[in-house]
Each structure stands twice: as C-alpha cells, then as structure tokens.
Design a protein around this ligand. Sequence first.
Ligand code: GTB
Length: 217
Amino acid sequence: MTITITAFERSPDRGQGLARDMPVRWALEEVGLAYEVRLVSFEAMKEPPHRAANPFGQIPTYEEGELTLFESGAIVFHIAQRRSGLLPDDADARDRAVTWMFAALSTVEPPIVERSMAVIFESDKPWAAERLPAIDARIRTRLHELADRLGDAEWLDGAFSAGDLLMVAVLRRLHRSGMLDEYPGLHAYVARGEARPAFQRAFADQLAVFNAAPQPD
Ligand code: GTB
C-alpha cells in the first residue's frame, strides 16, 4: 500500500530538517518503509482538501490506503506499532518507550516551541528582552533533568526507540540557540541520533526538496 506524507513545498527552516515531516520521514526510514511526499504550499494547507486530512491546516499528514492521520507523534506511533525497529517487543519496555514519546512532545518540547515563537514573532515587542530569559530558564530545567536521566546511556531506555527519535527531533530545534552545548551528554545524544543512517536519508530527502525549490533573489 502506498504511503504518502505531506511536507512544506518551501520550508521556512531552509532545509535544516526542523519541520515535522522530518520525524515522520525518519521513522519510515528506520523501519524501511518506502513513501511518497506531496508538497503543499502555505495557501493549499488552509484549503478544504488539505483540511480534510488535517483540520488545523498543517503538515505533516499521512495517507495509507483508507487511513489518513495527522499529528507527527501519532504518525510515528502508527509506524512504530506496525513495523519492528522502533518499539521493543516486551510489553513493559514498549510502554516505557511510548512514555518517552509523550515526554518528548508534551514535557520537553513546549518551552522549546515557545522559544521559537518568541524569537520569530515577538522579538520586536517591548517585553521580549525579559520573556526570552524566562523561557530559556524553563528549557534549561528540562535539559538538566533529561541529561541527569540519560547519564552515560546511549539511549533513554535500552535500545533506540520511537521515544529517542522524537526526543532527538525535539532537541534538534535548539541547535541554533547554542543551549545544547551546555549539556555535553545531550549534545552527544542528539549527535548519535543524527548519525543514524535512517536519519541521514530522511535529512537528505527533505534537504533535496529545499534545494529543488526556486530560491528568492
Ligand atoms: N502538533 C502538530 C504535529 O506534531 O504534527 C504540529 C504540526 C505543525 O506545527 N506543523 C507546522 C505547520 O504546518 C510545520 S512544522 N505550520 C504551518 C501553519 O501552521 O500554517 C513546525 C515548524 C515550522 C517551521 C520550523 N522552522 O522554520 O524551523 C520548524 C518547525
């Protein structure tokens, strides 16, 4: 059955693999599933055909036969449940891996997204200078706690899992801030994720989309 995902026709991250089609591509590569990509413009995302797949008018979406999904975490979970390689066989270990998926998206990511929004949309506001350090403090709290838990381990709970995939995808959004450099263990953890051949393939594919798009003068 053909799998089709959607991604930005022209990603604002300029090919850094920070948009949320990236974890979906990475998961598909990890389990060895071929997929097609339908590129959508910002305008098309808000039109009824795309909203039928994602009511919030966003990417990514996932289509496989009659099944249509949105939310990158749910899509990664779907992929991980159906193919081996991203979730352990043992039931308890599996649930712990799923716990890390939720931790990535609902505990670690929110202040990181808030930071991106503050930098992109609010830097000209009079209160921006005070707000950013407050957000950074919340991010550092999470990074500190996560680094403590990871310790010297390679991955969060035994073998690489969908929990690591989402956690690395979330932490990558901090590259430009330099904050990851303050946590050598986490920096190395992200580098291990990025060194995986499946990540490399996914990254190259999304970069090719950016490079193929007409560049503004
Ligand atoms: N919770 C949803 C999910 O995980 O799938 C969130 C999906 C989402 O935020 N999609 C974004 C989108 O479609 C793209 S990924 N935005 C268009 C819109 O809302 O109109 C978020 C993103 C965008 C840009 C960068 N960047 O430039 O670095 C990084 C991440």
